[in-house]
Design a protein around this ligand. Structure first.
Ligand code: ADP
Length: 247
């Protein structure tokens, strides 16, 4: 048995900014099909963890293995190609394009100049766009300009633009911020659909939503793991209660 059996193995991950360890000796493992939620007070290091996992920030120490491959020395685009997708808080959809076009341009075109040059929109692409649009509740909005979508629909569209690239690990930063109750419920449904054969790591503040989606919760505090396990377990952990009540 090795830790390569996990989809993602993070071991002793550390990053220092001028001697300050924003993420300090972090070790955790994520299974295939798992929804992992990272919670913790502001400044705990949550965003920095995702930045490290997607290659936006370089680790000072430690390792990140995805399907057994070391990611810490890869460029951001190589990490994407390896199957790791990251959605940032602000949508980067193309407002002037339709839902269909936004999804279509996100479809992987193969690599290098030739991959792009000879890319043709085939039935395969159209089928995949329809399939993803169905998952993100936008199948009836394919011809609508993205600018006219609701805030929640824009968030789903961006998730769709990642899904069409078939990532095996998806990282989402506060996916339900600003959403209505109905949209939150549908987003929870979407995340459960996504995990058929994939994993999701979510940063989230909304505890109701965390309860709805989390298979496992990792509580960060001052760059370290304060607690980890089911929501039930971490919720009743005295150290966690202490941090959240601000003692
Ligand atoms: P969270 O997402 O949990 O609110 P962050 O990961 O954004 O926390 O930040 C963790 C800590 O690291 C904070 O104290 C923040 O100021 C610091 N930090 C994050 N990025 C940098 C950086 N590029 N340079 C210096 N300090 C940083």
């Amino acid at each position: 048995y090795t830790n390569n059996d996990y989809l993602l193995s993070v071991e002793h991950l550390t990053v220092s900014f001028d001697g300050f360890k924003a993420v300090n000796d972090l070790t955790f493992y994520v299974d295939t099909g798992e929804i992992r939620v990272i919670i913790g007070p502001n400044g705990a290091g949550k965003t920095t963890v995702l930045d490290l996992l997607c290659g936006k920030t370089r680790a000072t120490e430690g390792s990140v293995k995805f399907k057994g491959r070391e990611l810490t020395h890869m460029r951001e685009d190589q990490i994407v190609h390896a199957g790791v997708g990251r959605k940032f808080q602000n949508p980067s959809i193309y407002e002037d394009l339709t839902v269909f076009e936004n999804l279509e341009i996100s479809y992987p075109r193969g690599h290098g100049v030739f991959g792009s040059l000879f890319f043709q929109r085939g039935a395969e692409v159209i089928d995949r766009v329809r399939e993803v649009a169905e998952m993100i509740f936008l199948a009836d909005h394919l011809d609508q300009k993205a600018a006219t979508l609701s805030h929640g629909q824009k968030q789903w569209l961006e998730i769709g633009m990642l899904l069409i690239q078939e990532p095996e690990l998806l990282m989402l930063d506060e996916p339900v911020a600003g959403m209505s109750v109905a949209e939150r419920r549908k987003t929870a449904e979407l995340l459960h659909t996504i995990t058929e054969g994939r994993s999701v790591i979510v940063i989230e503040h909304d505890m109701g939503f965390v309860e709805d989606i989390a298979h496992k919760v990792t509580v960060l505090h001052q760059g370290k793991i304060l607690a980890e396990g089911s929501m039930e377990k971490v919720k009743s952990d005295p150290a966690v209660i202490d941090v959240y009540l601000g003692h």
